[in-house]
Design a protein around this ligand. Structure first.
Ligand code: SF4
Length: 205
């Protein structure tokens, strides 16, 4: 691992139950090349901004959350984690080395990612237990699968760490709201209305 490698971080939640199975540490990357209409994180789309953080500091924070919050894994979101495949793959590999699981949300399909010539993309796939793939489609809101935004998105179990028939997948979406000082942090996936539109929820940093 290069000491110089940093990850552009838009936001972190050291402990959440709204971004994947069990209790998890969630990290949102800053920067996404896609532009899904209705994206709930438009402020995370530019590749400028965010906070550059060292891989070591992120892994130390994940290890701390494992001790303090008993997390079972991490979730990488965006922004687009695969647009930051080198630091993301380092975080994923380091996390699995801690005995924790890795879940990744990507706007790209698994087929597209598997065709990538970028070795860091392949490494991130190799170190991912659960991949949720595909762009968010506002007109196809998913109201039955927990954590999933639209019905076109697929859940890939890339390792045998989790099972597709786990009943927790069938629970409805979850939204968390936290107050941290003067900040209001919202994460998870809000319910969409009958037209597939957000009900005014917006993540704030
Ligand atoms: S891939 Fe995700 S972050 Fe990127 S535009 Fe689509 S919904 Fe937004």
């Amino acid at each position: 691992m290069s000491d110089m490698t940093t990850a552009p971080v838009a936001s972190v939640s050291p402990v959440t139950e709204a971004e994947g199975p069990g209790v998890r540490y969630a990290l949102w990357f800053q920067g996404c090349p896609l532009r899904c209409p209705g994206c709930c994180n438009p402020e995370y789309l530019p590749f400028t901004g965010g906070t550059p953080r060292s891989i070591e500091s992120i892994l130390a924070e994940i290890g701390q959350s494992r001790e303090q919050n008993k997390i079972e894994g991490i979730t990488l979101l965006g922004g687009e984690p695969f647009a930051h495949a080198e630091p993301a793959s380092m975080i994923a590999a380091g996390t699995q080395a801690l005995g924790l699981s890795v879940m990744v949300f990507s706007g790209f399909t698994l087929e597209h990612l598997r065709e990538s010539p970028d070795p860091h993309v392949r490494r991130l796939l190799h170190n991912t237990d659960i991949l949720v793939d595909g762009p968010y489609v506002r007109e196809q809101p998913d109201t039955t699968r927990r954590w999933i935004g639209s019905t076109n998105q697929r859940i890939h179990f890339l390792t045998d760490r989790y099972r597709a028939d786990d009943p927790s997948w069938a629970k409805p979406n979850t939204l968390e709201i936290r107050v941290r000082g003067k900040e209001i942090l919202v994460n998870g996936f809000p319910a969409a209305d009958a037209k597939g539109l957000w009900k005014g929820w917006k993540r704030k940093k």
